[in-house]
Design a protein around this ligand. Structure first.
Ligand code: BTN
Length: 331
């Protein structure tokens, strides 16, 4: 697919020098009006462009463009496992891998600067801006059937936590089954979609979205309290972040496949935002159950003490919220 014009203009402005509309138009072989329109579109995608009469255009903040070769060099010994592709714009990286057919092999990674139809859990959209998020999906082929993959989504969340810690980002927690939160607000989300035979192998398309630097005005578009890495840890290089998550995914999923979730359970529980806390569960049918989080089962199920009775919950489609906290205030 040809590179959309707004991306070509933004790349020319990446060094944060002022460039006139005329110079940009000349370089790209289009009119100044076309450049103006492209920058309008870029602003709608969440990029702030400064326009100064007499000086031209400049980005308010630099964009560290995703680059497959840079990610590869940072994967060290994990590099042979992954085939990495970066696109400027797709509908959804997960949809692309799910519909990619036989060309999409184990370890295929697709990252996109922008998703036009990013998908979250329970039918929600996933929203991110150009340069302000990391959105990618990976195809992982598990030898077993889907029934053996109960804890896989929790394992993926643990990989993200490990990656963040390896980059010096502390304080991120998991919220069962696989939300990544910080200060009670959503920092990253994971969506896993499976296809395959009951007995295996099973292809999992693991979609991960991380909030890197969400522009303040963009937060109004998101229907839940969110936080970004910029706020909790300062600027983060997205190529380095992607490489760190892939390295940890390889390590965690290899462990998961060999031994199941049990070997990861203790580490996971140590990062659980609601461990030992009073929660309320809303089941897919709307029924509510209140109790205290008592642990995680060997298959990744949530165990809640409901009035002295230990009950297990397996559905990731249910909602979980703490009963002992004031609502988080997004930064
Ligand atoms: C959630 O709702 O918490 C899950 C969000 C998952 C978003 C990621 S972004 C990359 C991949 N492509 C999508 O369309 N969704 C996932």
């Amino acid at each position: 697919m040809p590179e959309p014009l707004e991306f070509r203009v933004l790349r020319l402005l990446s060094d944060q020098e002022f460039r006139s509309g005329e110079a940009l138009a000349q370089t790209l072989g289009v009119t100044r009006a076309t450049i103006w329109n492209a920058l309008e579109k870029a602003e709608r995608l969440g990029v702030t462009v400064h326009r100064i009469r007499g000086s031209g255009y400049r980005l308010a903040a630099p964009i560290d463009w995703l680059d497959a070769a840079t990610v590869r060099t940072r994967l060290d010994e994990h590099a042979p496992v992954f085939r990495i592709r970066v696109e400027d714009e797709v509908d959804s990286t997960s949809t692309r891998l799910l519909e990619g057919g036989a060309d999409v092999l184990h370890g295929t990674v697709l990252a996109a600067e922008r998703q036009t139809a990013g998908r979250g859990r329970v039918g929600r959209p996933w929203w991110s801006t150009v340069g302000g998020g990391l959105t990618f999906s990976i195809l992982w082929r598990f030898a077993g059937g889907a029934s053996a993959l109960g804890g896989a989504s929790l394992a993926v969340a643990l990989a993200v936590i490990r990656a963040l810690r390896s980059l010096g980002v502390d304080g991120a927690q998991v919220k069962w089954p696989n939300d990544i939160v910080h200060s009670g607000c959503k920092l990253a989300g994971i969506l896993i979609e499976l296809r395959g035979d009951a007995l295996g192998p099973t292809d999992a398309v693991i979609g991960i979205g991380v909030n890197v630097a969400i522009p303040r005005r963009a937060r109004q578009e998101i229907d839940q309290p969110v936080i970004d890495l910029q706020t909790v840890a300062g600027p983060i290089d997205r190529n380095q972040l992607l490489a760190a998550i892939l390295r940890e995914l390889h390590a965690v999923l290899t462990q998961f496949e060999a031994h199941g979730f049990t070997v990861l359970r203790e580490e996971w529980a140590a990062h659980h935002a609601y461990h030992d806390r009073e929660v309320e569960v809303t089941l897919p049918g709307g029924q509510r159950v209140a109790g205290r989080v008592d642990g995680i089962g060997g298959g990744g199920e949530l165990i809640i003490d409901v009035g002295g009775e230990r009950r297990t919950f397996v559905s990731g489609e249910m909602r979980l919220r703490p009963r002992d906290a004031t609502p988080p205030v997004a930064a």
